[in-house]
Design a protein around this ligand. Structure first.
Ligand SMILES: Cc1cc2nc3c(=O)[nH]c(=O)nc-3n(C[C@H](O)[C@H](O)[C@H](O)COP(=O)(O)OP(=O)(O)OC[C@H]3O[C@@H](n4cnc5c(N)ncnc54)[C@H](O)[C@@H]3O)c2cc1C
Length: 277
């Protein structure tokens, strides 16, 4: 069977390797950029947080977070760790169960995937930007700017809009819509937040563990604990990424409450720092 995969990102490469396990399959991996895994090499601040020991359905969001359950049941965190190890990648577990490559380099993850793709039944076509996809009687016709590819099965792994400089685009949504799929409302997630609080810029670069609550008109929309980082224009860090999906609903009157001493109550702080109150 010929299987074409559009997109040589994390998901496209993993799909190609899984499909290639059946030697009767011929895989054609189509990537519009000059090399695969560009976004992957920039993930996790260049370190690639490749999985999390606590990855379960409660950590997913959206209209139907339960949709991940069957996938995680079939291929859980242990499988992911073993899979990367089988490709030659050593990993290390850090705080909050985050797993990184032992080398601390996201490029190591890209490299092991790239080397693994060098199989006789995988054909990698870079610089191939898919423009259109047409369903045919036999399968699919996948049209690039100059040539077309025919396949029995098609996997669309074009990624989302995040990280446009690294290849993020609307392409996948358009191709899937042309095949009759529907798309839910798109909104940013796992992003930094801008703040009008002038002290953010003065504290730029400072990192601290913090409890963060996101409120709108006094009503709490989300809360989380973790590392917070001040930036020139606002707030960043894992804890902010975590709560950002609610603040990204748009509109005004969003407030972030930051608690840098969640284990102590306000009275304790007043006793310690009376001059500050
Ligand atoms: C700054 C940043 C940091 C991140 N850090 C982490 C992290 O530490 N851990 C984590 O788990 N996730 C992280 N993510 C999220 C992670 O990068 C994505 O979830 C992941 O890359 C998605 O993989 P993908 O294969 O679906 O899409 P992508 O990685 O976006 O790959 C899609 C590929 O498809 C190609 N493509 C698109 N359209 C076409 C077309 N028409 N024809 C041919 N090719 C096409 C693109 O060029 C691209 O190479 C981060 C994201 C960003 C932006």
């Amino acid at each position: 069977m010929i299987i074409a995969i559009i997109g040589g990102g994390a998901s496209g490469m993993a799909a190609a390797l899984a499909a290639a396990e059946c030697r009767d399959n011929q895989i054609i991996l189509l990537e519009r950029q000059s090399r695969v895994g560009r976004k992957l090499s920039a993930t996790g601040n260049g370190r690639c947080n490749l999985t999390n020991l606590h990855a379960e359905s409660w950590g997913y969001h959206g209209d139907e977070p339960e949709f991940v359950k069957p996938a995680l049941k079939r291929f859980g965190v242990d499988n992911t760790m073993q899979w990367f190890q089988s490709l030659g990648l050593l990993t290390v577990v850090e705080d909050w169960g985050r797993v990184y490559p032992f080398s601390d380099q996201a490029n190591s993850v890209v490299d092991v995937l790239r080397y693994a793709l060098e199989k006789p039944n995988i054909q990698l076509l870079t610089g191939f930007e898919v423009q259109k996809v047409k369903k045919t009687e036999q399968g699919f016709r996948v049209e690039g700017t100059e040539e077309s590819v025919f396949c029995d099965k098609l996997i669309v792994a074009c990624g989302g809009l995040a990280g446009t400089k690294l290849g993020g685009s609307m392409s996948g949504y358009k191709l899937l819509r042309s095949l009759g799929h529907k798309c839910t409302r798109l909104r940013p997630s796992l992003v930094q937040l801008k703040s009008s609080w002038p002290l953010c810029a003065s504290l730029k670069g400072v990192r601290a563990p913090s409890k963060v609550e996101i409120l709108r008109d006094g009503v709490q929309h989300s809360r989380s604990d973790g590392e917070l980082q001040f930036t020139e224009y606002g707030l960043s860090g894992p804890v902010i990424f975590e709560v950002s999906r609610d603040a990204c609903e748009g509109g005004k009157n969003w407030v972030a409450h930051l608690d840098f001493l969640p284990c102590k109550d306000g009275n304790w702080l007043k006793e310690q720092l009376p001059a500050a109150f």
